[in-house]
Ligand binder design. Structure first.
Ligand code: 13P
Length: 253
């Protein structure tokens, strides 16, 4: 089955509101969306301004995290209701920086995934092993544990709509991307895991990105892999030209 590639720009803690808005205007002028979903993930303060700048275009907006309650005494947190209000349609959940720097647990990732789905936000669920885990031969075990926890309690329809991002921690921000065949092996493993839990159509529908030092130079080979349905791009998404080049690489396939 044909899956629409999804290319997302994870800006992490970069860009002021004016910078985010001018990037958005520039990338749209021009951006060929044919056959591709394109998503910007600005920091919280820039969500609404970016959504406004993108309004009326196919460009979608994602938050980089979410809390699972709708509202309440949770100082510093942002709810899925607020993200919808700010113009988001996607949300990144369980990014390795949140897991490793801020103590995000598998249980919390699952709560966040369910909360996002409850409010019509598409989760981009991140999974991936550290270098020590890879060296210990534990890549598949780690990815399976993170994925099993993230999917807990989801029905087939919910699972089919998810985006999973395989991001090996050792490849993030290091300039050292996973070899296309290694990334393919893990993405394939993710799809087979989904197949083991749900109907085969669910596994065919779920979109699985690769993230970790994706650049215009390596994007085409990575995206050409049969189970790599898109990219979650950090550093190379901060400049309009390099992010646009990655979107176009997805379209050349
Ligand atoms: P880099 O593309 O900078 O390696 O970051 C990847 C990432 O973490 C995207 O979420």
């Amino acid at each position: 089955m044909e899956r629409t590639p999804i290319i997302a720009a994870n800006w992490k803690m970069h860009k002021t509101i004016p910078e985010a808005v001018s990037f958005t205007r520039e990338i749209l002028n021009p951006l060929d969306f044919s056959g591709t979903d394109v998503v910007l993930c600005p920091p919280f303060p820039a969500l609404w301004p970016v959504a406004q700048a993108a309004s009326g275009t196919p460009l979608q907006v994602a938050a980089q995290d979410v809390y699972w309650a709708d509202q309440g005494a949770f100082t510093g947190e942002v709810s899925p209701v607020m993200l919808r209000d700010a113009g988001c349609t996607y949300v990144v959940i369980g990014h390795s920086e949140r897991r490793h720097l801020f103590g995000e647990t598998d249980e919390n990732v699952n709560r966040k995934v369910k909360a996002a789905l409850r409010h019509g936000l598409t989760p981009i669920v991140c999974v991936g092993e550290t270098l020590a885990e890879r060296d210990a031969g534990e890549t598949f075990k780690v990815v399976e544990k993170q994925l099993a926890a993230a999917l807990l309690g989801l029905d087939g329809e919910e699972a089919a709509g998810l985006v999973v991002a395989y991001e090996p921690v050792w490849a993030i921000g290091t300039g050292r991307n996973a070899a296309p065949e290694d990334a393919q092996a893990v993405n394939h493993f993710v799809r087979e895991f989904v197949r083991s839990r749900y109907r085969p159509e669910v596994a065919e529908q779920v979109r699985i990105q690769y993230g970790g030092s994706v650049t215009p130079e390596n994007a085409e080979l990575l995206l050409a892999q049969p189970d790599i349905d898109g990219a979650l791009v950090g550093g190379a998404s901060l400049k309009v030209e390099s992010f646009r080049a990655i979107v176009y690489a997805a379209q050349r396939l």
